[in-house]
Design a protein around this ligand. Structure first.
Ligand code: PAF
Length: 282
């Protein structure tokens, strides 16, 4: 069944109140639409873990830089609605700008450490936009559980940290990245890849997997970053913003492999007109 579309926060709250008073749990999957299997796996998991699922579709302007793809970001409300229905979502929340930024963007949520490194360094203001909009949506929906994909690993850490720091009552969980059959991480932005670029793009996952193996066998993170950058450029990437091994908990730089610690390899690189990101656990 297709989910009910709700476009303003008053209607959303009235709708959710009936579930809440009955003690029913609410799962939440925030998205920017153009949904793929990655989003749908989150929606299906939310439907298994909670009584009712709300998915939001809002292309949040404050997380796009001035030269980024806000205006060409793919949009498909009717297609998204059908997919969300099949995934067990009850409400598709499609707020108007007015509902999310009623008086402009005076109030912001800023994470000056976690939000300024890696993606934050290459996309200034990105995590302020993300943390602010996710905080607003969490306050509007007040879900029991909210799910995020590990594809955006730094975003997941930012949201978890924000929810902890602001004592939000929602449990934030991350779920594994969903990949195409050749390993490319699913992303709404993969549509920007040309045919040949799409084939070349699979190198991103292959290179970070190799990097993980070499890191475990003792190679230094710095040498590995240089090696991986070269591999990506050789594979057809136009440029590499970063490809790096970090501490999995706080994304700080690391010196060497240690089997008692958790690490994450994160990468961002440009292929044609698309900027692709990926990451894996070590
Ligand atoms: O990951 C996304 O699609 C967005 O950053 C999010 C979490 C929906 C906030 O706009």
């Amino acid at each position: 069944m297709e989910p009910e579309i709700v476009r303003n926060v008053g209607d959303l709250r009235a709708r959710l109140a009936t579930w809440r008073v009955g003690g029913e749990t609410i799962g939440f999957v925030p998205t920017m639409g153009a949904l793929h299997e990655g989003h749908l796996s989150l929606a299906r998991a939310a439907a298994e873990k909670t009584d009712h699922v709300v998915a939001s579709v809002f292309v949040n302007p404050t997380q796009f830089g001035p030269n980024e793809d806000l205006h060409r970001y793919p949009r498909d409300e009717a297609g998204d609605r059908k997919k969300l229905g099949d995934a067990g979502v009850s409400i598709m929340y499609v707020p108007q700008m007015q509902e999310v930024y009623p008086m402009g963007e005076q109030t912001r949520v800023i994470l000056p450490e976690l939000g300024d490194i890696l993606e934050g360094a290459y996309r200034p203001g990105f995590f302020t936009g993300v943390a602010t909009v996710v905080a607003k949506l969490l306050i509007q929906v007040l879900p029991t559980l909210a799910l995020f994909g590990e594809k955006d690993y730094q975003q997941l850490l930012v949201v978890q940290r924000m929810a902890t720091d602001l004592s939000m009552p929602t449990r934030i969980e991350g779920l594994p990245t969903i990949r195409e059959s050749d390993g490319l991480a699913m992303s709404s932005r993969n549509v920007y890849l040309g045919e040949e670029e799409r084939v070349q793009a699979k190198a991103l996952y292959e290179v970070i997997k190799d990097m993980a193996r070499r890191f475990r066998s003792g190679e230094s993170p710095e040498a590995l970053s240089q090696w991986a950058t070269g591999c990506l450029v050789d594979a057809g990437f136009r440029s590499v913003d970063y490809v790096t091994v970090r501490d999995a908990g706080n994304l700080s730089e690391v010196e060497a492999f240690d089997e008692k610690r958790k690490f994450r390899i994160l990468a961002a690189a440009h292929m044609g007109g698309a900027r692709l990101i990926d990451n894996i656990a070590v």
